[in-house]
Design a protein around this ligand. Structure first.
Ligand SMILES: C[S@@+](CC[C@H](N)C(=O)[O-])C[C@H]1O[C@@H](n2cnc3c(N)ncnc32)[C@H](O)[C@@H]1O
Ligand SMILES: [Zn+2]
Length: 308
């Protein structure tokens, strides 16, 4: 049994991504449960009444003027495909990072990162907690969490991500995952989750990251915390001297010293930073001479809930 999309309304009290008004559930003319905004009268799709996922994407693009040309195209494609359209693709629905079309070494890196993140989330009693992955992609983190957390809320603006991960969850017999299409630039959850994570996503530019981090900090319930990462890809000297291919074109790489200003502008005053090295199995600094030279490719940031 997959958790119902309308149950998301009861459990996490989402707001309308267009006007911020608290959503309600109602019965529609055919007697089915529907999700509805009393502010703008918009109805939200629960995938043709199947009721097991919820589409809370905003009705308009939120990224105008803040993305470079390549990223704007990717964003527009994500916005334009509905959950119903992705559902109609059947098996061809394929999210970013789809393991069916990825190399095993690359998949192993993502799985290591998911376990590394899990260790950082496990401090308290994870089995009692709800974790939201705001840009869950192919679900590497969602699936790692599902066996340990009480509940996982898998979000992504990509309808194909939602459809793919939902189908995989069914195949794996996982029954504690909610599925919600959502845009982190207008995230529909406020103070809703014990833990919020967002990995390998905040690379699109300063204003994009600033808005997303602000929204993420507002999604954390009082007493909870968020874990995100920023990339230091291009500032890593080993890459800059051309020893590795630059597969980061069009994306934003952050220096350690830029982080305070970004976080302050996003409204997050207190946070901690931990380096993450995807190059090693442990995520820690490589040993030997290389270890001394290599900067971390990612910075992992942890911050608490914003005051309500
Ligand atoms: C590089 S992937 C990372 C996926 C996953 N976090 C991981 O580490 O494997 C970035 C993900 O962000 C999603 N995404 C991009 N823009 C988004 C937005 N505005 N709101 C929500 N998700 C978005 C993409 O669809 C994609 O699944
Ligand atoms: Zn509304």
């Amino acid at each position: 049994m997959i958790l119902g999309g309308v149950a998301i309304v009861d459990e996490f009290h989402p707001v309308c991504p267009d006007d911020g008004v608290r959503l309600e559930r109602r019965r529609n003319e055919t007697g089915d449960q529907a999700v509805y905004c009393p502010g703008c009268a918009r109805s939200f799709s629960t995938a043709n009444g199947t009721g097991d996922l919820l589409d809370l994407a905003p009705s308009e693009s939120q990224a105008d003027g803040i993305l470079g040309p390549e990223n704007a195209v990717v964003y527009r494609d994500l916005v334009s495909e509905t959950v119903e359209q992705a559902h109609a693709r059947g098996d061809a629905a394929s999210p970013w990072g789809d393991p069916r079309s990825s190399q095993s070494g690359w998949i192993a890196k993502r799985e290591h990162h998911a376990l590394w993140a899990l260790e950082r989330l496990e401090g308290d009693d994870l089995a009692q907690l709800t974790v939201c992955d705001v840009s869950g992609g192919a679900g590497y983190v969602t699936f790692a969490l599902a066996s340990r957390a009480k509940r996982v809320v898998h979000c992504d603006l990509s309808a194909q991500s939602i459809i793919y991960v939902r189908r995989r969850a069914q195949e794996l017999g996982l029954s504690n995952i909610y599925f919600c299409r959502a845009d982190y630039l207008r995230f529909p959850f406020k103070h809703a989750f014990d833990r919020v994570v967002c990995f390998d996503t905040l690379v699109r530019g300063w204003e994009h990251e600033r808005r997303a981090i602000q929204q993420i900090s507002e999604a954390v319930a009082p007493g909870g915390f968020a874990l995100i990462d920023l990339h230091n890809w291009w500032h890593n000297p080993v890459r800059r001297i051309g020893l590795l291919p630059n597969n980061f074109v069009g994306n934003r790489s952050y220096r350690r010293r830029e982080i305070p200003s970004l976080m302050l502008q996003a409204g997050v005053r207190q946070y901690s930073v931990e380096p993450y090295y995807p190059e090693t199995k442990s995520g820690g600094s490589p040993s030997g001479i290389l270890g001394g030279l290599l900067q971390p490719t990612r910075f992992s940031l942890r911050f608490d809930s914003r005051p309500v």
